[in-house]
Design a binder for this molecule. Structure first.
Ligand SMILES: Nc1ncnc2c1ncn2[C@@H]1O[C@H](COP(=O)(O)OP(=O)(O)OP(=O)(O)O)[C@@H](O)[C@H]1O
Length: 289
């Protein structure tokens, strides 16, 4: 299974380019699509899900053009868009039965599949509860379950953790990790930890452009031995930020503890620390491009 884009671009009207010149190859596994707000993630997901048409370039599924023949990918697609609506008066099981019927699954196949998906998304214990009683995280897991009803070869999930509390995010991540067998999963987010533990590969977008596409380890290796932590007086923080890229700061009684990227130690007492994906992400999007 291969999803491939070649010089893909999408211009909205005569104005903004949502994505430009994106060339990307995705095979089985989870691919995290990371980028700040407005970087083009939803635009790219929309094109891959065949609900948006590119202005330039091509996208293919196993070699077939998905713009010319959208049916090729639609028949193997599971899609969870950013704003996903559920029906509050239905129970989880009723909702999934309804969605399965709309997709033409017979009731026996649907029933077995729903049992399996409720287990996968950890919703078996609440299957008879109405959706109106669900938290945002539970609702997103129902969304994942409905996107998997037809056992899709391509699963596209747009910013599934927005608005969820940390515990719900962890549960949703583990549900997504369970879905990755034998399919291409594309998961967009602007929250690095959401993809750090689950994604095999990460593509980073900014301003509509693909900045990099690599494994988590490759990305971390690129900033290895360039990450330092140091404590500076509050008054010196802006000087530090002029010279080094400051990834994060923590206020302390003796000043500000800063996490910094640089080729050399930023202060005499700075300690080199192991790099993380967050450091690699910040270095990639902050680098001039
Ligand atoms: N329908 C539209 N009409 C005009 N411009 C649009 C439209 N949709 C998106 N854009 C613009 O295209 C660019 C990419 O937006 P997109 O929604 O794809 O980014 P994103 O990374 O998904 O952002 P977010 O995380 O905020 O959803 C932005 O500049 C956005 O303002």
């Amino acid at each position: 299974m291969t999803l491939r884009t070649e010089s893909l671009g999408k211009q909205y009207g005569e104005g903004t380019w949502g994505v430009r010149d994106v060339t990307l190859e995705l095979e089985e596994g989870i691919h995290g699509l990371l980028g700040p707000n407005g970087s083009g993630k939803s635009t790219l997901m929309g094109i891959l899900s065949t609900i948006l048409k590119p202005t330039t370039g091509t996208a293919t599924w196993n070699g077939t053009d998905i713009v010319e023949s959208p049916g090729t990918v639609r028949s193997v697609l599971g899609y969870l868009p950013q704003d996903f609506g559920v029906y509050p008066d239905l129970t989880v099981t009723e909702f999934l039965e309804y969605m399965a019927a709309l997709r033409g699954l017979d009731s026996e196949t649907a029933s077995a599949r729903i049992d399996e998906l409720l287990e996968l998304t950890n919703l078996t214990g609440v299957r008879t509860r109405k959706l109106e009683t669900f938290s945002g995280g539970m609702r997103q897991r129902v969304g994942i379950a409905q996107a998997l009803l037809n056992d899709p070869e391509l699963l596209v999930v747009d910013e599934p953790t927005v608005g969820l509390d940390p515990e719900e995010r962890v549960r949703l991540r583990s549900a997504l990790a369970n879905t990755a067998t034998d399919r291409v999963v594309v998961l967009s987010t602007h929250i690095v930890p959401d993809v750090e533990a689950t994604a095999n590969e990460i593509a980073i977008l900014d301003d509509g452009r693909l900045l990099t596409h690599a494994t988590v380890d490759e990305l971390i290796d690129r900033v290895a031995e360039t990450v330092y932590e140091c404590v500076v007086p509050r008054s010196e923080l802006s000087t530090l930020a002029d010279q080094y890229q400051v990834c994060s700061t923590v206020q302390r009684s003796d000043g500000v503890k800063a996490r910094v990227l640089g080729e050399s130690p930023p202060t005499e007492t700075a300690a080199q620390v192991p790099a993380t994906l967050e450091d690699a992400y910040l270095e990639t999007v902050e680098r001039p491009h």
